[in-house]
Design a protein around this ligand. Structure first.
Ligand code: UDP
Length: 421
């Protein structure tokens, strides 16, 4: 029922030149008392979206420091993923209905997955609402420590969803959120950890790529690499506001006629809304052939996303709601300033006027994008600061360290550090 996701092996040693010897040595030392611990991450999809992206690197690195780490995805169906997408939206505050039929579907699939989930594990990390019922429906038997990792903004959830989910969540020993504000009303854990997501600087999506290689890849999609390019990479999802990005592009294009826009988005297997919103995006783009709307079915994979982010002059992430926004991290890491919506975790990364600009409307977005196109030196300066900001705070080694510290806390190995919750 649950499928084990195969991951490539990785060695922390190769991260030394990027993050420094101190960081790598500290990680091995922190992991030492946890050697052999059985860890499993459970989520809903093996590809598409930020969670899969993180686990692809985190699981192999956990193995490299000596943990017996695994990654399982739950089984679902369109019926289930339609319900969990509604949950995703409702938990982020969208006013959508959540009736008993939908609740029953969620319960049925969680019960089914639980029936096929066995341990024993020392740490079970359940990601997001889709599989959140596993702790309850297994009676907690497969694991000693249960952690729920929330990747979305549940600060102001629609009550019907929250009321339904909180009893399931409350059974977890630890809760992990990207920002403290995201811990929704009335939710308590014995251990609370605030951990922002991170990127892997050596993954195919973020490895250093020469401008020449990047231009060659991007040109395959018909983009003219001699002309300016504005880019947003994200799922086709109302919260990411691709239609607003097109509106902003049109305002800029009136001043920079040679401008092109690429909207690159993957279709995650747990996101049935994606195709609908992709259609809407295409309609909104109309007959403007300087707008490129591409996704993984066109052959846009990790290397291609890397190439687009490397080639783009200005990167936009005009989200109106956002968990963290790994695409922002990815772009900053490539030295690109980001014009981002003032939402969720974006302000942790986009420091207004320093590493990019924070915007709340189409007009401001267009204004800041135009400014960056007109000031290439400022663009380069901001890009440099953005990369440094990511190096300090948002690389995968930091995430690994946070998990190791949390595991040690749960095992009572770091009594003096106490609780941060
Ligand atoms: N992504 C991708 N291809 C695409 C669009 C997105 O590989 O066409 C990746 C993107 O690079 C990032 C992740 O999906 O690593 C999206 O994570 P983010 O936190 O930005 O948003 P989420 O989709 O989790 O809401």
């Amino acid at each position: 029922m649950l499928t084990q996701v195969p991951v490539q092996s990785k060695s922390l040693q190769v991260y030394r030149p990027v993050v420094g010897d101190n960081v790598v040595d500290r990680l091995y030392a922190l992991a030492e008392p946890l050697r052999g611990a059985r860890v499993v991450h459970v989520n809903a999809t093996a590809y598409g979206g930020g969670v899969a992206e993180i686990l692809q690197s985190l699981v192999p690195l956990m193995r490299d420091v000596g943990l017996d780490a695994h990654w399982h995805v739950i089984e679902g169906s369109d019926e289930f993923f339609n319900v969990t997408k509604a949950m995703h939206n409702g938990l982020q505050g969208m006013d959508v209905p959540f009736d008993q039929g939908q609740q029953a579907v969620w319960v049925r699939y969680n019960r089914l997955n639980a029936a096929h989930f066995s341990g024993p594990y020392d740490f079970i990390v359940v990601h997001d609402p889709q599989p959140a019922g596993l702790r309850h429906f297994t009676g907690g038997r497969p694991g000693r420590h249960w952690l729920w990792r929330c990747h979305i903004d549940t600060s102001t959830p629609t009550p019907a969803f929250w009321k339904f989910l909180v009893p399931y969540l409350s059974e977890y020993e630890a809760g992990i959120f990207t920002m403290r504000e995201y811990v929704g009303p009335g939710l308590r854990f014995s251990h609370l950890a605030i951990i922002a997501p991170t990127i892997d600087p050596l993954s195919p999506k973020n490895r250093p790529m020469s401008a020449e290689e990047a231009r060659r890849i991007v040109a395959r999609f018909g983009v003219d690499t001699e002309r300016p390019l504005m880019l947003q990479v994200s799922r086709f999802d109302p919260w990411k506001d691709p239609l607003g990005v097109i509106d902003a592009y049109r305002l800029v294009k009136a001043r920079v006629p040679e401008l092109q826009l690429a909207l690159v988005g993957s279709m995650a297997s747990d996101d049935p809304e994606g195709w609908y919103f992709y259609d809407r995006t295409l309609r909104h783009a109309g007959e403007d052939f300087d707008i490129y709307v591409l996704h993984n079915y066109h052959g846009v994979g990790n290397e291609e996303v890397n190439a687009f982010q490397t080639v783009a002059d200005v990167v936009v992430q005009k989200s109106v709601r956002e968990g963290f926004g790994l695409v922002v991290t990815e772009a900053l890491w490539k030295g690109k300033p980001v014009v981002g919506g003032r939402a969720g975790g974006i302000p942790l990364q986009v420091i207004d006027g320093q590493t990019g600009f924070l915007v709340e409307s189409v007009e401001t977005c267009a204004d800041r994008v135009l400014h960056l196109f007109q000031h290439p030196e400022e663009r380069a300066r901001m890009g440099g600061r953005g990369r440094e900001h990511v190096r300090r705070h948002f690389l995968i080694t930091r995430l690994l360290e946070d998990y190791l510290r949390l595991f040690r806390r749960l095992e009572g190995m770091d009594i003096q550090e106490g609780r941060t919750g």
